[in-house]
Design a binder for this molecule. Structure first.
Ligand code: AMP
Ligand code: MG
Length: 337
């Protein structure tokens, strides 16, 4: 199968609609990362997503809809705070988890009685979703466990020859996946941190918890239990106080014929003058935007990628730090709870 990368013109949107109606999988731009979409009402189409990605069968998918789509048949009620959050943040990088009515394919939620719904703000995503006018199940458009894609080229690198079409909307401005928010309880609870932060949610809903699976408990958001976002090279991870150790490792690796490279925030890069570095930037928003692109660059230019933990915490950094910990295989603690 030939994989075409096409812009979001009427002609190509029509082609995308035809593919979706035929049960095919189409990749599309969103403001967070590229998605791998299929008709959420079709078992066969949804299963194709799992097969293409090599995604574990217990990791549920988010359903994407356009801004005018009526989600009420899909969900079994919504608490008042959820309506307020929808008005405040949608369309945008916030996924809301509701009690499900079971109208979409059972494979979307992988046996959970909840459904995750997202209304992306990307014009490409909106036009695509309006054109198909169906709920579209879509995980990030990367092979399972690989780094999420933030350009059409990244999607192509993982799925060339496997999907017919990538709807190109340019580089993703957000850069990390949406915030996943459980809206089934009295108080909203973050299952995955992202660009809509705990602080932003609290300011609208009054309160907002952050969920951390207890030992032995079945996780509420199964996807968060997996190692994720991993570059395909050896990695190491240090905090800002361990810079000397990180430099020793770099030098040792180089002596042994490896090509090490640091991934760190701008002011740490400045201290590492003369070493190979990838610059994450200086603010949470910029770090979110650059992280996945740099992880994919890192795996191409280095055999050992050495991550240095950024200093800032809270806000968008909660999501950035979470993704870095997962990419570098560090257990994610409860420091931000
Ligand atoms: P991805 O689309 O690859 O970014 O992953 C989707 C994320 O949303 C995973 O972490 C899933 O576990 C989570 N998710 C999807 N549906 C649900 C749901 N019904 N309840 C809780 N988490 C969900
Ligand atoms: Mg993903």
């Amino acid at each position: 199968m030939e994989t075409q990368i096409l812009s979001c013109s009427c002609e190509w949107l029509e082609l995308a609609r035809r593919y979706i109606e035929e049960g095919e999988v189409v990749a599309f731009h969103t403001e967070t990362v590229y998605g791998l979409g299929a008709n959420a009402l079709s078992d066969e189409a949804v299963l194709k997503i799992f097969e293409l990605k090599g995604r574990p069968a217990d990791n549920p998918l988010i359903v994407h809809v356009h801004r005018e789509y009526d989600i009420s048949p899909l969900i079994d009620g919504e608490p008042p705070y959820a309506a307020a959050l929808r008005r405040a943040f949608l369309p945008g990088p916030l996924t809301m988890v509701y009690p499900s009515t079971g109208k979409v394919s059972k494979y979307v939620s992988c046996g959970l009685n909840t459904l995750a719904i997202r209304v992306p703000s990307s014009p490409t995503a909106q036009e695509f979703l309006k054109c198909v006018d169906l709920p579209i199940a879509a995980p990030s458009a990367n092979l399972s466990k690989h780094v999420s894609p933030v350009t059409a080229r990244h999607v192509y690198d993982d799925f060339n020859g496997k999907i017919p079409l990538i709807l190109d909307g340019g580089a993703c401005s957000g850069g990390i996946e949406s915030t996943v928010l459980d809206c089934t309880g009295k108080v909203p609870q973050i299952l995955r941190e992202g660009l809509v932060t705990r602080e932003m949610i609290s300011s609208v809903a009054g309160e907002c918890g952050v969920y951390h699976a207890q030992n032995g408990e079945k996780p509420k958001s199964p996807g968060m239990a997996y190692k994720h976002y991993s570059p395909r090279c050896r990695t190491a991870f240090f905090n800002e106080n361990e810079l000397n150790e990180a430099v020793s490792l770099y030098k040792e690796a180089e002596k042994e014929g490896e090509t090490p490279c640091f991934l760190c925030e701008s002011d740490v890069c400045a201290q590492l003058f003369g070493f190979r570095t990838l610059d994450l930037g200086g603010t949470g928003e910029v770090m979110a935007q650059r992280l996945y692109d740099l992880l994919r660059k890192g795996e191409k230019v280095a055999t050992l990628l050495i991550g240095i933990e950024p200093k800032q915490k809270g806000g968008v950094m909660a999501g950035v730090r979470n993704r870095m910990h997962r990419a570098f295989g560090v257990e994610h603690g409860t420091e931000e709870s």
